[in-house]
Design a protein around this ligand. Structure first.
Ligand code: FES
Ligand SMILES: [Fe+2]
Length: 377
């Protein structure tokens, strides 16, 4: 898993002044709004005796630990130690606080310590609030690694075999297609034959033969986001924007929104949602059983073909980011820290002041993406 990246932690309108726990990158966080409505994300571990801050409450804009009532401001600094009201709060009484953005109705949290100008950009989603469109949204929890989920989202060759609603084994061929490489993203544009609509939508659209749909899948490092735009006939189009947040290596939470420019009445929302979930479930039946569970570290451990270009590009980018030291070494973390020692992902404040912190940083992977092993004792 990668630090120094934006991840979606929830829907913005669901975060209030009641603390909300969220797990990302195998770490715990608390989200809450202070009295000005500002959204904060802090490490969930109280540095006094390790209580979970998200089980506390928000008081005067600060999060109050449920155990001995210590309070922390939105920037993570300690504001009160109730047992010793006259003592000046030491600087080390603070927890990591992470940058937060509210965009497209999502809460984006930056889990890492690099400065703003070096962060991968949050992808564009102009359909979100464009006039004449309607959106539905939801979540989907996968028993699958985030990299496998991201790759699946921009894998066009599986539709013919996994999704009878928009692919057919009669037309599995992937013709030459255009690719759109970017610094932090990679996209493609191709024509896909899709079967006639069945059921309710087929009735509304009338009988038709197969339809050529222009498909534009793309991935973005920020949020491990996949955007899939489908341009159908009659000018109808869909944009599926899904952000794949790793809970841990084997569990991924997808926060998704689907924007459409047809059947924009509320009446059609539930059917649109049902179809989106059906597609996720069809994918899940396969992703639940991949071996290995995670993406292999290199490019040669699985065999790639031309239709896998987006996935190969993702694996290369991930390797490049490991080489920058952004990979979290979960194995070493589990083996060496275990249940005896807590560690956190460093927040930007640690750059300015690397010393004054109680909890250590999580161990990082080597530039090759492998665990850094200490010599045996
Ligand atoms: S554990 Fe949080 S105040 Fe003691
Ligand atoms: Fe799929």
């Amino acid at each position: 898993m990668l630090m120094n990246n934006w991840y979606v932690a929830g829907f913005a309108d669901e975060i209030t002044n009641k603390p909300k726990h969220v797990r990302m990158l195998a770490q715990d966080y608390v989200l809450f709004r202070d009295e000005t409505g500002t959204l904060n994300c802090l490490s969930d571990i109280c540095i006094h005796r390790g209580a979970s801050l998200s089980r506390g409450r928000v008081h005067k804009g600060c999060i109050e630990c449920p155990y001995h009532g210590w309070r922390y401001r939105g920037d993570g600094s300690g504001s009160e130690i109730p047992a010793h009201p006259d003592v000046r709060i030491p600087k080390r009484v603070r927890v990591d606080s992470y940058p937060v953005e509210e965009r497209y109705g999502f809460v984006w949290v930056f889990l890492g310590d690099i400065p703003e100008e070096e962060r991968p950009p949050i992808p564009e989603f102009p359909e979100y609030d464009a006039p004449g469109r309607r959106n539905v949204r939801g979540t989907f929890k996968w028993n699958a690694n985030y990299g496998r989920v991201l790759e699946n989202g921009c894998d066009f060759a599986h539709a013919a075999f996994v999704h009878p609603s928009f692919g057919s084994r009669d037309w599995p061929e992937i013709k030459k297609y255009e690719t759109l490489p970017g610094e932090w993203s990679y996209g493609a544009r191709l024509t896909m034959p899709t079967p006639p609509d069945s059921g309710f939508w087929g009735l509304i659209r009338g009988r038709q033969e197969k339809v050529d749909v222009i498909s534009e899948p793309e991935w973005h490092i920020a949020g491990m986001t996949v955007v899939l735009r489908l341009h159908m006939n009659r000018g109808w189009n869909n944009a599926l924007f899904d952000c794949n947040t790793p809970i841990d290596e084997n569990t991924t939470m997808t926060y998704w929104q689907l924007s459409r420019n047809f059947f924009t009445q509320k009446f059609f929302d539930s059917d649109t949602t049902r179809r989106a979930l059906q597609i996720f479930n069809e994918d899940h039946a396969v992703l639940n059983h991949l071996n290995p569970v995670e993406l292999p570290p290199g490019l040669r451990e699985e065999f790639s073909v031309e239709s896998d270009a987006l996935m190969v590009a993702f694996r290369k980018k991930r390797q490049e980011l490991y080489a920058r030291g952004w990979g979290i070494d979960l194995q070493t973390y589990q083996d060496e820290f275990g249940e005896r020692k807590a560690a956190v992902i460093p927040s930007p404040a640690r750059r300015e002041d690397p010393k004054g912190w109680v909890l250590p940083e999580v161990p990082r992977l080597s530039p090759e993406g492998e665990p850094i092993r200490q010599a045996a004792e």
